[in-house]
Ligand binder design. Structure first.
Ligand code: ASP
Length: 583
């Protein structure tokens, strides 16, 4: 090896050793008599010292090196006169006796430091330089930890990692497929997997009763900050299990990861039904780091002559504890917030419970002191609290109040990235009605099993009431994993496709392979998949998954470094039997 040590390794106990280090020039400082260089590698930074008097030629050479030059230096470890307490190597430096320039570097387009001057787009274009920065590198190291610990845990539980193909046929996971033209089968296309769902089910039929895979999945969706067209799942499936077994096993995985990666002990995960999640938090992935549960007020709010409440399907609010002193300006801001199109409320009603116990509301005209007192009781609002209320069509109002609750949580500092609150959301509806298409869609996916006691509702055509054996793991308001007990009976699966609007022929053409396999002794099975990138970003205390992916795509799905996607030449198009497109 070219080096004897790394740049993060040497300590005061190494003084007097002769060492050779390799790395990148982070920064140089010329102090007349002495020249210093910070040499950086993956492991840290070590200071190099060059003495003008004792070795002028070497010093001259060092002065000519620019940022990001690749150096190999040999010298003696000595104690520093002025120590740097922040660096782990800060007590020593290397008195250089010899060095080689392994490679020169042109000036990087942004500073390779913790707080870089490079904007997002620039950093992505030169991602290989961005990855030299300690924070970004640390994110990938964390990702590596999470994957190693996942493999360790699942391996110890007897799971076998099996790779499934990437060139497949469309799987209906609810998103658009990426497709790949087949040269050898003119006019035909593969789809990239949205998940290995059908393959892992087939593996259960093959008898691999515990499968996992840390696997790339592809979904052609409009992108948001936390979405990438290609992302990674920890995909798992088990046979001869019930929902309870899956919840326990994967609660175990997540506890293991928290312990090993973060050093945190996680309590047993509470469970919340989908119905309760919607009722008390207005969403199916509640951020339970803080309470602020919804309180429904229809009984006390309606019939008092206030038309907004009288005409509303639902009057519902939250108690923002300790916010009674909010200024007019702050309340106006909140009103503006709820009226934003993304939130969609028409207005905001508030009631302050003053320090002296009196209550002042924005609708005093309609509600007297006694009425407001009853509100306060219902919200368990104490002096100093602020009640915030929205009204309107039930689903829309819950959705808007969810946004307001999260906004208040953020404003009140209740969403600490170093605090973790995990739970299972269970008993999801099997089907979801889509107004635009005027039909039901599978809420999870078409392979999800209805709860046995709800199967009769399918026959009674009460489709919206059927609950599924489906579950999500939610951490800090982020859905980190989701799965279900599967259908393993051909007739029930056929019925499910029928409900979803497939003709018999369509179902056979698309999923015949799975339904046929069900006839060869399919075991009961169930599974789950975790969003691996999201899990990593959560562990890293970041909002976006992008910084936990080595080479991510931007918001328009582009890789700006390699400039993909890109056009291909006519010859290649012809080979693929794709009509040549003129740009
Ligand atoms: N395939 C599902 C998904 O990607 C997860 C599962 O049901 O196991 O969401």
């Amino acid at each position: 090896m070219l080096r004897t040590h790394t740049c993060g390794e040497l300590r005061i106990t190494d003084v007097n050793k002769t060492v050779t280090l390799c790395g990148w020039l982070q920064k140089g400082r010329d102090l007349g008599g002495m020249t210093f260089i910070d040499l950086r590698d993956r492991y840290g930074i070590t200071q190099l010292a060059f003495n003008t008097e004792t070795n002028p030629a070497l010093c001259e050479k060092a002065r000519k090196c620019g940022r990001e030059f690749v150096l190999k230096v040999t010298g003696k470890v000595i104690e520093r006169s002025s120590k740097n307490k922040i660096l782990t190597t800060g007590e020593i430096e290397i008195e250089v006796t010899d060095f080689d320039i392994l490679n020169e570097a042109i000036t990087p387009p942004f500073t390779i430091e913790e707080h870089t001057d490079g904007g997002d787009e620039l950093r992505m274009k030169y991602r290989y330089l961005d990855l030299r920065r300690t924070t970004v590198r640390a994110n990938l190291e964390l990702r590596h930890q999470v994957s190693q610990q996942t493999r360790k845990f699942l391996d110890e539980q007897n799971f076998i990692e099996v790779e499934t193909p990437v060139l497949i046929k469309s799987t209906p996971e609810g998103a658009r497929d990426f497709v790949v033209p087949s040269r050898m089968n003119a006019g035909e296309f593969y789809a990239l997997p949205q998940s290995p769902q059908t393959f892992k089910q087939l593996l259960m039929i093959s008898g691999f009763d515990r499968y996992y895979q840390i696997v790339k999945c592809f979904r052609d969706e409009d992108l948001r900050a936390d979405r990438q067209p290609e992302f990674t799942q920890i995909d798992c499936e088990m046979s001869f299990v019930e929902q309870e077994d899956i919840l326990n096993m994967f609660e175990g995985l997540v506890k293991h990861l928290f312990k090993q990666v973060k050093g945190i002990d996680i309590e047993n995960l509470p469970r919340m039904t989908y119905t309760d999640a919607m009722k008390f938090y207005g969403c199916d992935k509640p951020d339970t780091r803080f309470e602020m549960k919804f309180v429904e007020l229809n009984d006390l709010a309606k019939g008092k002559g206030f038309p907004v409440f009288d005409n509303a399907e639902l009057v519902v609010g939250v108690n923002a504890k300790g916010c009674s002193e909010y200024t007019r300006k702050q309340l106006d801001e909140l009103t503006e917030f709820v009226k934003r199109p993304q939130v969609g409320a028409t207005g905001l009603v508030y009631a302050r419970v003053n320090a002296d116990g009196t209550i002042k509301s924005s609708v005093d005209k309609f509600y007297d002191a006694d009425a407001l007192k009853m509100w306060a009781q219902k919200f368990d609002a104490k002096p100093g609290d602020l009640i915030l209320i929205l009204a309107g069509q039930a689903d829309k109002t819950r959705k808007a109040l969810n946004e307001l609750r999260l906004e208040m949580g953020t404003r009140l500092g209740l969403r600490d990235v170093n605090k973790f609150s995990c739970l299972w959301v269970v008993d999801f509806p099997l089907l979801e009605f889509n107004e635009e298409e005027n039909r039901y869609f599978a809420m999870h996916h078409p392979f999800t099993s209805p709860k046995p006691e709800d199967i009769k509702l399918l026959d009674e055509n009460k489709l919206g009431e059927v609950r599924a054996n489906a579950y999500d793991m939610v951490i800090n308001g982020v859905e980190v994993g989701g799965g279900s007990v599967r259908i393993f009976n051909k007739n029930l699966q056929a019925k499910m496709f029928e409900i979803l609007g497939f003709t018999k022929e369509e179902a056979q053409a698309q999923f015949g392979f799975l339904m046929n396999a069900f006839e060869y002794g399919a075991p009961p099975h169930a599974g789950i998949a975790f969003g691996f990138d999201r899990l990593c970003s959560l562990f890293g205390g970041a909002d976006s998954i992008r910084d936990f992916i080595a080479f991510p795509k931007n918001n328009s799905g582009r890789d700006v470094m390699i400039d993909a996607p890109s056009s291909i030449d006519d010859k290649q198009l012809k080979e693929l039997s794709i009509a040549v497109m003129k740009k």
